[in-house]
Design a protein around this ligand. Sequence first.
Ligand code: ATP
Ligand code: MG
Ligand code: MG
Length: 301
Amino acid sequence: MKIAMMARNPNLYSHIRLKEAAEERGHELTIINTLRCYMNIAARRPEVYYNGEKLPRFDAVIPRIGASVTFYGLAVLRQFEMQGVFPLNESVAIGRSRDKLRSMQLLAREGLGLPVTTFAHDPKQTEEVLKLAGSAPLVVKLLEGTQGIGVVLADTDRSAKSVIEAFRGAGVNILVQEFIKEAGGTDIRALVVGGRVIATMQRKGAEGEFRSNLHRGGSAQAIKISPIERSTAIRAAKTMGLNVCGVDMLRANHGPVVMEVNSSPGLEGVEKATGIDVAGKIIESLEKSAKPGKTKTRGKG
Ligand SMILES: Nc1ncnc2c1ncn2[C@@H]1O[C@H](COP(=O)(O)OP(=O)(O)OP(=O)(O)O)[C@@H](O)[C@H]1O
Ligand SMILES: [Mg+2]
Ligand SMILES: [Mg+2]
């Protein structure tokens, strides 16, 4: 196969591993800097240009679109989809997963376990939102945050109120969530590839930190998950329409709750913690589905 990987930094662990895994299996993988692509979107034959040249037709595209370049990255991905190139994850599914509020609404509709989550626009409703979410401790988080930045634990209703007001003052959208204390600063990341859970790890926050993100100093180890956790992860991936994703869950007293679904999961933490060749499994799943012209949406949404 001729595979394109949209990525800005070719030297990231995940990108190096995906390239290796593709080449080991006899494929050709070209890394394309997403932001350096340009295109004539009105052309009848959709093309993508790069470094002054028209890119050849690929059989598959692996989008690794960072949160900060979602908007442009998805436009480039759609252009590939319109050519019929099979995307590892479709643009619509990635777009959906980047919005926590939208994601949670879809997951709730499927009956998946979620932390109690509230949202309001008008600052006058702060008190009501707090009441709906239960009472402190509460987690206040940015709708489009990443790496744990913009996730705040408020120990009292008063501090919750001031955190909400501070975020509102900064003009950003937030969610207010019940704090799953019993998770004890850990969460579970299940890597779902092609409808199967292929690797699972537990992340634990640094001492005194409730956020388990590896970027915030957390550590990871392999873990076995329960059948309910497994089916929750698979259903979450399916609901989001993602072929490859990392489903993050918290172990609540009443069962697993989904926190978020990441469409470009990092491979370093999970491969090192589990010893599983996640990159290889991703390429293998691509081999099964990627035939030119097999994209379902062709960018239609
Ligand atoms: N409701 C909650 N109850 C308990 N802990 C929580 C809750 N929400 C978030 N956390 C902790 O904070 C961490 C960061 O939260 P979350 O994953 O929502 O943020 P993020 O910024 O999107 O991170 P990511 O880089 O994974 O996208 C979680 O991994 C979890 O450990
Ligand atoms: Mg996130
Ligand atoms: Mg997270």
